[in-house]
Each structure stands twice: as C-alpha cells, then as structure tokens.
Design a protein around this ligand. Structure first.
Ligand code: GLC
Length: 737
C-alpha cells in the first residue's frame, strides 16, 4: 500500500487527521496495551480503553479472529475510527517455529536468516499482525545471561550481518510491503552487558565498547531500513535506556538519521520511576517523551505514563507540539501499513498461510544449517543405516515444547517433530528405536513469566531420577548406539532466565556419566543456547542442536544419518568453566600477550571451543593466502583471497572466516576481529577461491582517543580459516593520508 502513497501524501493525510484529534486521543494513540486474551477481566479493561479512544496499539493478540474483532471496535466505535497497530514477539516464527535466533546465527548464513524471518513475517501478517518486536540484536558476552538465546552471540560483525538480514526478511522491499511486517530491533542499547549476566541489571559500558561492539548491530539494522526500535529496560551508564536522550535522540536520530518510531519495552516508561530516575508517573511520561520515546508499551494498567501527558500540557510542562511529534510517527506507521485502506484480514486465508509446507521446509533447512558439530571421534557420525538398535535417552529428546524453544506461543505440539520422532521416522523397520527419559528437568525456583498452560507447555512427565537413570543405563547396554539429548529446558533460558551456573540442570550430568559408563558409543546432542560445562565428560560425538524449531527432529535425524552435513560455527566463545566469564575472542593484547593462556594460575585460560569453531563430516584445508596489495592509501580497498579445499569424502559447507588485527594506532585494538565470512558449498575434492574486500568499513574503528571514527596509518595482520584461531596469515600497510 505504502508505495501508492508518497511521503508528501502520507504527511498530508496525517496532518489532516491530527487536526481533528483531541489531546486525549493523541495520548491514546501513543499508548500500547498488552491484551492477554486469556485474562478476561484485564482484556475487558483494555477493550474499554480502546473503545474510549485511549489505545493506539496492542500486543499479544496473535490470531486473525481477535485482531479483526478488536480492529472493528477501533474503526467503528471510536470517534475518529483510527485502526489499531498490532505488534507481537515473532522472534523466530509464529506457527512455524524456526530455530532460535542464536541457532540461525550459528549457520553464519544471512540469507537463511532473511528467509526464516520472511516466513515469520508472512505468517504474522496473515493473521493481522503489523509489526514484530525483532530482531533482538543485543551483543551477549556473558552466557549466564538467558537472553543470549535471542541474539547472534558475542561478535558485532556477525551480529550486524544477522541484524540486517532479519530486518530485510521482516520488512521486505519497503515498509508496508505485502506479507511483511515492521521490524523492531531491540533492546536499544547495551542490554546484553547486564552485570553478572543478570537479566534487567544495569549495564556500564565504555564509549569504546558502545561504539565498537554494542551499537553496530543496531546501526546495521537501521541502515537495512528498520522502521521501529525498542528501548531497553536497563540502566545504561546510570541513565535508564528508556529515558536516555543521548541514546534515543542524539545517537538514534541526530547521528544515525533514524526515521521510524521508538517503542519502550513493556512498562519501561512507567519504570523510570522504579529506577529512581523519574519522580512520579507524570514525570516518567515527560522524560520518556523528551528522550525520544514515541509509543509507551504496556504500562501497568492504570499507570500509563503517556495518559498523564494531557494533564502535563495543562500544567505547562510539555507542549502539544512535542506530543504531536510522537503521534505523527505512530500514525505514519499505520498509514504505511495500509491500515486506513484495509484494517482487516481474511481469517480463512490466514490458516492456509500458517500451515504452508514450504514454511516447514525452511524450518527444517534452518535447523540442519544451524547445528554445530563439536566432536566426532572416529567418525562415529554419520550413523550407519543398518543399526539394529538405537537408544534415545534424555528429558529433551521427546519434548515438543522444548524443541521449539522460548518465545513461541502459538505452536501446535502435534506439528513439532521431536528428536525421538525424527529418528523413528528416519530409520527402517529393521532398526529398533527405544526411549528412556532418564531424569526430570528441574523447574526454576520461581515460576517463569512464560510458564503457564496457555502457552501450551507440554507437561513433562515426572520420573524418579534414580530409577530413570538405571532404566536408561539398562537400555543403553542393549543398544548399538546411544543418542543422548541433554541441555536446558526452554524455560531455563531466555528472558528472566539468567543462571549462576553453566552445569547441566538437575541430574543430567549423572545420567550422562552413567550412560557413558556402559562403554556404548554415545552421540551427545545438546539442546541449549549457551555454552554448558560438561565437566569433561567424554562422548565420541558432540553436536549443538540448539532449540531447533518445529522441524527440529527431522533436521537432527538428517544430520545423524548424513542426509545433511553439519556446517554451523559457534557464535560465541565456549569457556572451560564459568569462572572464566567474561571470555571472548576479541580481547586486547595486554602487555603480556604470551601469557594470555596463563591469566589464571590454577588452569589454562584458553576456551574449550573458540568463537567460529565447528566441524563437518568433510575436511577443509586453506592455502595460497594472497593480498591484492602490500600497502594501500587510506580509503582504498584491498582484496584478500584464499583457496579452500574439501579434502573429505562428502560434499559439505565451510564457513570461511576473515579476521584482522591492527598492530598499532590511535587506540589499542583486539588481537583479532571478524571482518568477513562466507559459507560456501564444496564438493568432495573441490577447491574454491574465496575473496574478501578490506576497505574503510572494515578497517576503521571508533577511537576512544579522538572520540571519532578513524582509519589509522598502520599495519594490519590478516588471518583466514575455519574459526577464530586461524593461523594462515599475511599483512599489509595503510599508508599515511
Ligand atoms: C518483554 C521483552 C521484550 C518483548 C516485550 C513484549 O519483557 O523484554 O523483548 O518484546 O516484553 O513482549
């Protein structure tokens, strides 16, 4: 729709509409309510606010029938008939669950990320949603933080690529494109740096890390056209992000030229009081508006900060013109999404979109390409097809709810393929596949905000762990191979799910060690989204399968039997234990770089697995690294080329990675920085030349010395290989300007 209306026409339409609006109606347009339909008394209150013209947007209404019903109230019962803007957390799918975002990041395949979010957008738009609160682009370098699952890991370059790709997938060619929705990158900014990995705790981030690590993925998302940004909950350097004018206005609008609208996280405007920043709810409304917030999400009912704005105008504390700026941005989003032309959706068509076979194919391929093979001694994988018996063991092996992961509320468990179901569907009648849960995953010591029956929690059977472990051992003993599926339950990671341990929850470690003790070959599949501490317990094969989504079991079965080849790479550093945290690859040299591995006297400081690491069923080698020049002028671009060979027996993908190190300059720079990657398919025996540009975009950085972006005259080392420890290297100079 929006392509039929020019910016001039859109402005004229909005100007005319605003000319008719009362101040209270304007305040209503910049207020968004949760509508938890399963809580009737609250839903009724929200709908009364809607009918009174005091609600411009809603979230958590995920189906076409209710969206049409509520839209009808907005259009037919309110004085001006302004349609509602519906937003929702379509983080990794709506009905078809893709693997969780950090899994897709582990594919190192931005095109896949774009495809996955375009499927999510099609399903969302089909039910009448206009906007997804995604992608989450927070860099996470502390795996205790549960929301590491929602982003792209520790690195800003990989994070920026995934952010931009997801925005393209959600929004399509323009805001309002058919089958697409507004993309709302979040949480602006620095949320992943919460102290101790404790969700919601403050983040104290140096300018050096803000500009070089935490902000770049947001900039990439905005450059890709993101039309919304969500401000974060937490305090940033002493100022709550949602009241932080430097962040929401100076950086976002004045420096980056963001043209869309800013929404708070849920209740975050009201919470400016809770932070001890705003004096009261009216002050919170004034300071959020002044900082640059356009839409207040989900205030605690009756505590809306933006509902106090008309009173603040009457008291001369804010001008109506200031409120108009926010109202205009929200109305423009509605015009661009075509809501004034057609606010309703076709309910029948929605179901057809939600159940599209092509969507499941995308989900399965995404799960196959996200898996990270960490060990495969003696080439245990892929498994032979003629096994007589396979023991599938573990509390996550047959749990549909855990297989799709958190932030999925509309899944139908019967449509989810668990690991057990995938294996059973894969093998022939001659192969016996038996299952033993082994142990029960412990709940959290507090009830998760998302742990309730409406979210279709698959009730997980409770077993007596001691008996369960013995049964699992007995089953393992009479099987050819064991496929062990362990990790964290989906409520043990994500929002409000940080952990002070990286151990396997419950008695899973005991289960694993008992099964290993049988001497049978064990394939350990980790259903997790942070590095876990397996205490050194050894299994011949170890593969991270993440929370692989609706088709996860089908994908895992393909990977286990070689119909798909794992090619994923870790999007984070895997520490040996929690004591090493924070541990990431892009650290500065320090004055004793040779002692890096000896930072602790009691154990090596090296990671268990490095950033970018992942194995394959093939073998890759790198040779003939060459640069197009040995020195370049500042502003020029040099090409790095390398030959990659698949010396294995099967065709497979390799993620070729390029890292740089700046030897000296206006500030000290990390030992390595990812500045290029490409996932390429290679047939057995094939050699391909892969080239990367290195120019100002890759070689510049924000310097804490000059407090500006600089491209130093210096020497750069280049490293190319299959992970961040790549040792194939060359160097070049950037001459003085
Ligand atoms: C949550 C999350 C945010 C989400 C919002 C709406 O608390 O922080 O990521 O989009 O509320 O569900």
């Amino acid at each position: 729709m929006s392509k039929e209306k020019s910016d001039v026409e859109i402005k004229a339409f909005v100007d005319e509409l605003m000319g008719k609006m009362t101040l209270e109606e304007k305040a209503g347009q910049i207020t968004q309510y949760f509508n938890f339909l399963r809580v009737p008394e609250e839903s009724r209150r929200v709908e009364a606010e809607l009918a009174a013209g005091r609600c411009g947007s809603m979230l958590f209404v995920p189906n076409a029938e209710d969206i049409n019903r509520l839209q009808k109230i907005a259009v037919e019962q309110t004085r001006l008939g302004i349609p509602l803007l519906f937003g929702y957390d379509v983080i990794h799918g709506l009905r078809t669950a893709m693997p969780v975002p950090i899994a897709v990041a582990a594919s190192w395949d931005p095109d896949l990320a774009e495809e996955g979010q375009s499927v999510a957008a099609a399903e969302a738009r089909a039910v009448g949603l206009h906007w997804s609160f995604a992608p989450m682009v927070d860099i996470a370098r502390d795996p205790r933080w549960g929301r590491i699952i929602e982003g792209a890991g520790e690195d800003p370059y990989l994070g920026a690529a995934m952010a931009a790709a997801q925005v393209r997938g959600f929004q399509g060619a323009y805001v309002g494109a058919p089958d697409h929705v507004i993309s709302g990158p979040k949480h602006f900014a620095g949320y992943g740096a919460a102290i101790g990995g404790r969700d919601y705790d403050e983040a104290n981030i140096s300018d050096n890390e803000l500009w070089n690590v935490y902000l770049p993925p947001f900039k990439a998302a905005i450059d890709a056209g993101a039309y919304n940004i969500m401000s974060a909950y937490m305090g940033l350097n002493g100022v709550p992000a949602t009241g932080n004018k430097w962040l929401l206005s100076d950086v976002l609008r004045d420096t980056w030229g963001f043209k869309g609208f800013v929404v708070t996280d849920a209740g975050a405007a009201y919470d400016l009081c809770t932070h001890g920043y705003a004096a009261d709810v009216a002050d919170a409304g004034l300071r959020a508006l002044d900082a640059g917030v356009d839409l207040e999400m989900a205030p605690p009912f009756g505590e809306s900060a933006y509902r106090t704005l008309p009173q603040s105008v009457a008291e001369g504390k804010v001008s109506e013109a200031d409120i108009d700026i926010a109202v205009r941005r929200v109305l423009e989003a509605k015009v661009r999404m075509g809501l004034f032309d057609n606010p309703y959706v076709d309910v029948k068509e929605a179901e057809a979109v939600l159940t599209r076979p092509a969507h499941r194919d995308t989900a399965r391929r995404a799960a196959e390409r996200s898996a990270v093979l960490l060990r495969n001694d003696g080439d245990l994988l892929p498994l032979p097809r003629d096994l007589a018996s396979i023991a599938v063991i573990g509390p996550l092996a047959d749990s549909a709810r855990d297989t799709v992961g958190p932030w999925i509320f509309e899944q139908d468990d019967s449509e989810t393929v668990t690991v057990l179901a995938g294996i059973r569907a894969k093998v022939g009648a001659a192969t016996r596949v038996d299952y033993a849960q082994g142990v029960t995953l412990p709940g959290r010591y507090f009830k998760s905000i998302f742990e309730n029956d409406e979210h279709k929690q698959t009730p997980r059977p409770i077993v007596d762990d001691t008996i369960g472990i013995q049964r699992a051992v007995d089953l393992a003993r009479k099987s050819d191979v064991v496929v062990l599926v362990l990790g964290e339950g989906q409520v043990q990671i994500g929002e409000h799910a940080s952990r002070s341990s990286l151990d396997l929850p419950g008695r899973q470690q005991e289960l694993m060690d008992a099964v290993i003790g049988t001497g049978k070959p064990v394939v350990l599949l980790l259903m997790a989204a942070r590095p876990l501490d397996l205490k050194g317990s050894y299994t011949r094969a170890l593969m991270g399968i993440w929370y692989p989504g609706s088709q996860g079991g089908a994908a895992v079965a393909n990977l286990l039997f070689g119909d798909a080849v794992p090619g994923g790479k870790l999007p984070y550093t895997w520490p040996r234990n929690i004591g090493q945290i924070p541990l990431h690859y892009a650290q500065l040299k320090s004055h004793k770089p040779d002692w890096a591995a000896e930072r602790y006297w009691n154990e090596p400081n090296s990671p268990l697995y490095p950033f970018g690491y992942g194995l394959s069923y093939a073998r890759f080698s790198y040779a003939n690294l060459r640069l197009s020049a040995s020195a370049i002028a500042p502003g020029a671009t040099l090409t790095v080329s390398v030959d990659v060979t698949n010396s294995g027996k099967v065709g497979a993908d390799e993620v070729v990675q390029l890292y740089i190190h700046q030897r000296h300059g206006s500030s000290a720079r990390p030992v390595r920085l990812l500045k290029g990657f490409r996932r390429i398919p290679l047939a057995a025996g094939e050699t391909q030349t892969v080239s990367f540009p290195l120019g100002p975009d890759e070689l510049s950085h924000w310097s804490a010395a000059s407090r500006s972006v600089v491209l130093d005259a210096t020497t750069f080392d280049v490293f190319v290989g299959g992970d961040s420890t790549a040792d194939l290297t060359a160097s070049f100079d950037v001459r003085k300007g």
